[in-house]
Write a new protein. Structure first.
Length: 281
């Protein structure tokens, strides 16, 4: 009589059951998270719907049903798509420029430590400047068109990607770098095989979270001087006391940021499933 017939568990069966339990637990956790999000969202909408006017004067706030009706009217007229496309173009282009330049600058600072020491204080000083103070300056420098909004969005993304990429590199274990050098890794090889993979969680997390900053930069520029875009829509409607339109623009901005962040988060989970890095900025 074999041992398996005497009731000894088979390794393959144990591993299979363990994997199944892990998948079931992960699904249950995801259901709880999504259920909590749905409940919180419903609670906020109900409070907004029936609590409108309790804290702020009713004429300065619109209910979700009124905002939904206004969104429908804006969509039918085509204004929603026109303003959204303008803001998404400005934020998207600024986001791509900011990420690319931020990563390139971080690689240069990492490759040349002396340059990092020299430029570090200036980067931190510039990082501390409120970006809203730069918006009027960009309008004066680059005019009233798309360029100042793109540049402002790119700047807000660039600084966060730069700072967090350098911080991610500094967080790599010195022992790992020394062992890699002993094994023959030098210069570009060390950068490609050790430094960049080690900093990848911080880099990907900053790339994910900075799209919201790109949207802030684009909308902020539209607040000051624009003839289109969601920021222009929000400011124009607030000046005309069209609260439903104003809230509709705010809702669209928030929804776009949530959608893009969800897409990038899904890509991050697939590429770096172990990553849980926090981003500063």
């Amino acid at each position: 009589m074999t041992m398996s017939r005497l009731g000894r568990p088979r390794p393959g069966g144990v591993l299979s059951r363990t994997a199944a339990h892990a998948r079931a637990a992960a699904v249950a956790d995801r259901i709880r998270v999504y259920g909590g999000i749905a409940l919180l969202g419903a609670a906020l909408l109900l409070f907004w719907e029936f609590g409108a006017g309790l804290i702020v004067d009713r004429k300065y706030v619109s209910r979700p049903t009124e905002v939904g009706a206004e969104l429908y009217e804006l969509a039918i007229s085509g204004d929603l798509w026109r303003h959204t496309s303008i803001t998404m173009y400005e934020a998207g282009l600024g986001y791509l420029i900011g990420v690319a330049v931020g990563l390139a600058a971080a690689i240069v600072l990492v490759a040349v430590p002396l340059l990092d020491e020299i430029a570090g204080p200036f980067i931190q000083a510039f990082y501390s400047i409120p970006k809203i103070a730069l918006a009027p300056m960009f309008i004066m420098w680059f005019g009233l068109g798309t360029l100042p909004k793109v540049m402002l969005a790119a700047l807000m993304v660039f600084l966060i990607v730069l700072v967090n990429t350098v911080a991610g590199v500094r967080g790599i274990s010195p022992g790992l770098i020394e062992v890699s050098r002993v094994m023959g890794a030098r210069g570009p090889s060390l950068l490609r095989t050790v430094v960049l993979p080690g900093a990848a969680p911080a880099v990907v997390a900053s790339i994910r979270l900075t799209f919201s900053r790109a949207m802030v930069g684009a909308v902020l520029g539209e607040f000051i001087a624009a003839t289109g875009g969601l920021g222009f829509l929000i400011v124009r409607s607030s000046r005309q006391f069209e609260t439903a339109t104003m809230f509709a623009g705010i809702v669209v901005v928030a929804a776009l940021v949530m959608l893009v962040n969800a897409v990038i988060r899904a890509a991050e989970a697939r590429l770096l499933p172990w990553s849980s890095t926090e981003v500063h900025g």
